[in-house]
Design a protein. Structure first.
Length: 136
């Protein structure tokens, strides 16, 4: 999957699975809405009382998996790296606007999770294979 196809694929998808490490327990895996900015940063809107925010405050690392629900071949994007809670009022307007165009109204999102991938893998069985890239 080329870098352009990876970005395009993520723009087509509305949801992903967010994984965060919850101490000595099993990882917390949560289906969430997301937006991949052209910079490579992944933005995930959330509410103020979410468990994922509490977990990220203790261990600021996360993984996101974006898969294609139905297809003749397998496409997936995996991203992992440092993640930080960001108050909704401080999210860049361009990011919030693009996310709302993709996801619909986000008035409920009091916080966002900003994931800055240090590892990014895109795989598409219908293309030449996989691409590993580091957006930072």
């Amino acid at each position: 999957m080329t870098a352009e196809r990876l970005l395009s694929f993520c723009q087509e998808q509305r949801h992903c699975v967010l994984g965060v490490a919850a101490g000595d327990r099993a990882p917390l895996l949560v289906p969430v809405s997301f937006h991949l900015a052209p910079s490579g940063t992944i933005w995930l809107p959330t509410g103020s009382g979410s468990v994922r925010l509490a977990v990220l405050r203790r261990n600021p690392r996360a993984t996101v998996i974006v898969g294609q629900p139905l297809s003749d071949h397998h496409r997936v994007v995996l991203a992992s790296g440092p993640a930080a809670p960001v108050e909704s009022l401080t999210v860049p307007h361009a990011v919030a606007g693009a996310a709302e165009m993709k996801l619909g109204t986000l008035e409920w999102a009091e916080w966002w999770i900003r994931l800055m991938p240090v590892r990014l893998l895109g795989y598409d069985t219908g293309s030449a294979g996989s691409l590993r890239t580091s957006p930072r």
